[in-house]
Write a protein that binds this ligand. Structure first.
Ligand SMILES: NC(=O)c1ccc[n+]([C@@H]2O[C@H](COP(=O)([O-])OP(=O)(O)OC[C@H]3O[C@@H](n4cnc5c(N)ncnc54)[C@H](OP(=O)(O)O)[C@@H]3O)[C@@H](O)[C@H]2O)c1
Length: 258
């Protein structure tokens, strides 16, 4: 018997795909979404042996993308118990060198879509008196990251929004959790040339997804997977901001060529 329905954005690869396996393994039916429908279909085929899976292909960075997804979910007539805002993009370059389209796409996906989906589904969840949201932020949310400035700023937004909502939602039966992974072996990391980073410094998508699931079910507000990531965040939080951004600026000069 199903434990409820989880809607997972960005489920076609990486952490989102691992989250789909995690939730299915725990008995949740799924609604999975991304742009690459073929990858979603392959994933659904694997998971449908144990749970029900609906697929919605959707470009969440398109104007009205989040509303389109919300309308499609409403049409399915299945109440969403868990919303996982995982879809995201990253660009690694100096801010002024990014293409205008890269800037607008990152803001549209990492900030606008996540915010709109949270807003739309929270209305339903609060009215029902139950529900959970998992927002995938990053360790980059805790300090500025030169040469990934917009990405880090978008994740700081996600973390700030999540923390504030967690307080607003007290007593409603609804909770919101920020999952803040460090480097995790996915397509995103390979595209950023961080694929050259030795694997020992990277988390696996399975571990990150398991931690995200555990934090969500425990209604934790912030979860940082991995001791090294927790130590790095704690260190940065106890230093003066000029030092943290200065070290980030120094490291950014040694970025691998793209
Ligand atoms: N990997 C890391 O080191 C790391 C660390 C911290 C946080 N994160 C966060 O983890 C999340 C997942 O990233 P990942 O590392 O798993 O990367 P990934 O493998 O590239 O996955 C990104 C997912 O987002 C979807 N997506 C991208 N653009 C989209 C759009 N316009 N509309 C709808 N879906 C879109 C992609 O699907 P389609 O291309 O099929 O649309 C894909 O399923 C992101 O929010 C990222 O910021 C990653």
């Amino acid at each position: 018997m199903s434990r409820g329905i989880a809607l997972i954005t960005g489920a076609s690869s990486g952490i989102g795909e691992a989250l789909a396996h995690q939730f299915a393994g725990q008995g949740f039916d799924l609604i999975i979404t991304a742009r690459r429908g073929d990858l979603l279909a392959n994933l659904a085929e694997t998971l449908e042996e144990t749970v029900q899976v609906d697929i919605i292909t959707c470009d969440l960075a398109a104007p009205e993308g989040a509303q389109t997804l919300f309308d499609a979910v409403t049409e399915l007539g299945k109440p969403v118990d868990i919303l996982v805002n995982n879809a995201g993009v990253a660009h690694s370059d100096e801010f002024h060198k990014l293409e205008p389209q890269q800037v607008s796409q990152l803001i549209a996906l990492n900030i606008t879509a996540l915010t709109t989906l949270s807003h739309l589904f929270l209305n339903e969840m609060v009215a029902r008196g139950s529900g959970r949201i998992l927002n995938v932020a990053s360790v980059a949310a805790f300090q500025p990251v030169p040469a990934m400035s917009l990405y880090a700023a978008s994740k700081a937004f996600v973390l700030s929004l999540t923390e504030a909502l967690s307080e607003e939602l007290r007593g409603t039966g609804v909770s919101v959790t920020a999952l803040c992974p460090g480097l995790t072996k996915t397509e995103m990391v390979e595209q950023l040339a961080a694929g050259d980073v030795p694997e020992v410094f990277m988390s696996s998508t399975t571990t990150v997804a398991r931690e995200g699931y555990e934090a969500l079910m425990a209604r934790e507000v912030i979860r940082i997977p991995g001791l090294a990531n927790q130590a790095a965040v704690t260190w940065a939080q106890h230093q003066p901001r000029w030092l943290v951004r200065g070290i980030g600026g120094f490291i950014s000069k040694f970025r691998p060529p793209r």
